[in-house]
Design a protein around this ligand. Sequence first.
Ligand SMILES: [Zn+2]
Length: 448
Amino acid sequence: MSRIRPDLFVIAAASVVLIFHPALSSGQGNRDENSRLDSKCLAFLSAGTVDGKVRLTCFKSTPFFEATRKEEPNSVRLRVRRMELPDFRFGRDYAEYFDGLPWRDADVIFEGAIPALNNRKYEFTDDNVRPAQTYAYWVATDREETPTGPVAVRVRDPRVWWSWEEIERRLNDLVARFPDVVEARVVGRTVHGRVLRALIAGRRDRVLVLVGSVHAGESGPELIIPAFEQVLQEHGTLLKNVGFAILPCVNADQRERLARGYPPYLRTNSSGVDLNRNFAAGWETVDYNYGLITTDPDGMTYRGPAPASEPETAAVMRALEGLTPAAVLSYHHLASITGSTFLYPKAASADSDYAARCRELNRVYRAAMTPEDLKEKPVAAAAGCTGGSLPAWIYDNFNVPACDVEGDRSAICVRSALDTATWDDLKQCQERHARAIVALLTAMGEER
Ligand SMILES: [Zn+2]
């Protein structure tokens, strides 16, 4: 013991020297000044993408702001460091991936004075970035060694991940172009107040309903809106026999975070509730999938404090209660693309008539979407949706086929699961899903 303690003392003394070493503490007088300058200079570092560029913002910390109050706005020099993270995997890696990254190994991409807005806020734009790449950033002032950070951002192709603005623009465009056919119905708001609208066309008494992005980091708007557009443009006559309604982006707040560059997969809404566990169906069953528990508020599958507690859930319910759905598909799988695997409610696994109707829905969808896979596997539908899911709620309340649309083993789905699918991948999938939806509407129209 006695041999170790002197060593520890040396280490402790060295740290003290380091802490008080920086030049900023010299000549500033009293103890108070020293303890102030001991603090971080920068705070609230954040990053996001705007028009394919990375925008960083941060503020002087309160002690640093006070210490530099009398200086000129551009008296402080900043150093921005950046590290490319090609091994970051969407859907596998989460926020902890960025903890403890070695900032000394990062490239210095900027050094210089940036005028502080109102002598407090800094903004920096990095336009030398590549799509489908993840970056970590650190920022330091010339008064300190250890930078603030990292903050991480993923540069997503805006053609593959549509922003909320883009989704709204496209919905408005459809309403404007087909004013006599399309009804836009406000069905609710998100936690952050985004207005959720369903677009409805055709008959109201027998409606195919497509719901997107109940899980934020999963597919929806990029497949559903183009399919709706294609039906209006090229298959309007189908709508005499059947209705078609879309609610393309339910978990809009969290999805927008992803579109703006938040790197890891997001599942819950911004209150931390898994919307596909929040519907008032099978609430008495607790689900233990993925090693998570639906009653655990810390878990990604948390069902929420009460059935339909979330405004997004209530919006989906309102959309459906205002229609007579004949079938409901809810798009899942990761990023913007899904496959043609259907999951129907576990609660219906003993209901052979209902299961048969879901399987038939899937057969029609697959036959049109991936005819090349048909011989190998004509139907890919299984009981899988848990209590609290949208399909479980539809089953209980409408008894019409309702399925989550999930990915498959195709190369495109594998890429999309890692958020590396390209615009060409998306275009191909838009065409396939549109074909499948036209086939479904045709079959549903003929059934009458
Ligand atoms: Zn999902």
